[in-house]
Design a protein around this ligand. Structure first.
Ligand code: KIV
Ligand code: ZN
Length: 530
């Protein structure tokens, strides 16, 4: 450390520092709230994965957040634990207290620097911001030598002012300066140019690590992050599965695999992530947060290594590299290709779930095992994607007031389809019959007759969970009831049954008035920390 508390120059290092913010920015995803125990489970998994810095939360946000950060800081080893704080003394004190017991602790303090934020949100002038940065970084340094400073909305800030702000932060002792694309506005070319500008214009820039933090509003978060790495950024702020505010943050797995696969394009920077853990950790985060991974998601999506087209399958059979640029086993799909059948025992079933990052309590496990046996009776090979779908479906509908008991639908040439259904509503059995222009339509009419909840079907999608004739069908739909829109998801080997389950799931939300399921109208969510 130099005499004035300013850090020594950072040595050139080809390693890219992985700063994971799944537990902070990721947890800000709509509906992704985790309990304290779940946060600890994710924290352990992230350590196993090999991240360098864990942003464990925002301690000043609530007593729960404070406790969770404190518990994580006291537990995890081998990583730096960061706590987020606005640029004010009380936030910084809370963060300092929460991360105090960590092996390596970091205070991550931020203030907005764009004129839009200064004028409308902070009501501060630029000189006032500079003064605050200087004061608060110095204040944070009283608690730990490792202080990260972020200029919120950096990419919409005036570049010259931004350079001044970062220079002030470094002079006050910041060891990492972070350049957030808070609203997902920048592009790879612009972001790389900003890195070059900052490298050339921030006084004493070599004394700090330059960090990047992107949001995916225009679908460019990963591209922007990688462009910045190529231009010299040394730390990437990412989340597992790309979860986060609005469209999410940069995906950890995408950046890690892009660097591993196309390092030649990004300055050869490597991470110390254990790639074979990517899929299991992705599953764990998805199961615990309840935020599903889209099937076509790069690296960790169920279809990321599935080959459906005949020409592709033919190529794959001749030589895997014809259509695969990564080996699925390298990112942890090996265990998940492990196929279960109807002769698989409970222990094997439990192990496979654990291998793909799904943890269930005993009751949930028992129910999942029964559902698995029923599925294995109808489907030759049950794959990881089947299990993920089955368990998510089970957890989603477990407490729904409407449950499907029996159904029947028939259709032939020349006549309308008929459907009949028996459902339970809070334990009471209700039945109904319906006619329709197809089996699904007839069954929906039957459900309407049974439950008598006025609504309109607005959207309906069906897809197969895995390739093959015996694949499970997955239905997602949207209904409108009054002013609100509700979504439902259903799974079964039969798409008609999957449709009925999805419809009942959406109607259950109508009954519960489940506001998290409502997607009507542009509601402006108030951020938890601004
Ligand atoms: O997106 C953002 O600007 C942030 C900062 C707090 C780093 O999450
Ligand atoms: Zn963010």
């Amino acid at each position: 450390m130099l005499e004035d508390g300013v850090a020594d120059p950072v040595q050139p290092d080809p390693r890219v520092i992985v700063f994971d913010t799944t537990l902070r920015d990721g947890e800000q995803s709509p509906g992704a709230t985790l309990t304290s125990d779940e946060k600890l489970e994710v924290a352990d998994a992230l350590v196993e994965l090999g991240i360098d810095v864990m942003e464990a939360g925002f301690p000043a946000a609530s007593p729960g957040d404070f406790e969770a950060v404190r518990a994580i800081a006291g537990r995890v080893k081998g990583v730096t634990v960061a706590g987020l704080a606005r640029c004010n003394e009380s936030d910084i004190e809370r963060a300092a207290m929460a991360v105090k017991s960590a092996e390596n602790s970091r205070i991550h303090t931020f203030i907005a620097t764009s004129d839009i934020h200064l004028e409308h949100k902070l009501r501060m002038t630029r000189p006032e911001v500079l003064k605050r940065v200087d004061h608060m970084v110095r204040f944070a340094k009283r608690f730990t030598s490792d202080v990260e400073f972020s200029a919120e909305d950096a990419t919409r800030s005036d570049w010259a002012f931004l350079a001044q702000v970062f220079g002030t932060a470094i002079a006050a002792g910041a060891t990492t300066i972070n350049v957030p694309d808070t609203v997902g506005y920048t592009s790879p070319v612009e972001y790389a140019a900003l890195m070059e500008f900052l490298t050339a214009n921030v006084p004493d820039v070599e004394r700090a690590v330059i960090s990047v933090h992107c949001h995916d509003d225009l679908g460019m978060a990963t591209a922007n992050t990688l462009a910045a790495v190529r231009a010299g950024a040394r730390q990437v702020e990412v989340t597992m599965n790309g979860i986060g505010e609005r469209a999410g943050n940069t995906s950890l797995e995408e950046v890690v695999m892009a660097l591993a696969t196309r390092g030649d394009q990004f300055g050869g920077g490597m991470t110390r992530i254990r790639k074979e853990k990517l899929v299991p950790v992705s599953r764990l985060v998805s199961t615990l947060t309840g935020v599903p991974v889209q099937p076509n998601k790069a690296i960790v999506g169920a279809n990321a290594f599935a080959h459906e087209a005949g020409i592709h399958q033919d190529g794959m059979l001749k030589e895997r590299t014809t259509y695969e640029i990564m080996n699925p086993a390298d990112v942890g799909w090996e265990g998940t290709r492990l196929v279960l059948g109807k002769h698989s025992g409970r222990a094997g079933f439990r192990n496979t779930l654990q291998e793909i990052g799904i943890r269930l309590d005993e009751d949930q496990l028992n129910e999942a095992y029964q559902r698995f046996l029923a599925l294995a009776d109808r489907k030759k090979a049950v794959t990881a994607a089947d299990l993920v779908a089955l368990v998510s479906d089970q957890l989603e509908v477990a407490d729904d007031p409407l449950q499907l008991i029996r159904w029947n639908a028939s259709i032939g040439s020349g006549g309308p389809a008929t459907g009949s259904v028996v459902v339970s509503r809070d334990g009471e059995e209700l039945s109904g019959d319906g006619l329709g222009n197809g089996a699904v339509n007839a069954l929906f009419q039957a459900i309407d007759a049974a439950v008598a909840i006025p609504c309109e079907l607005e959207e309906y999608h069906v897809e197969a969970v895995t390739p093959g004739e015996d694949a499970q069908g997955q239905v997602r739909l949207r209904i409108r009831s009054g002013e609100h829109v509700f979504t439902g998801h259903g799974l079964a080997t039969d798409v008609i049954e999957a449709s009925a389950r999805a419809y009942l799931a959406a109607l259950s939300k109508v009954i519960q008035g489940d506001s998290t399921a409502m997607i009507a109208g542009p509601v402006s969510a108030v951020s938890r920390w601004t």
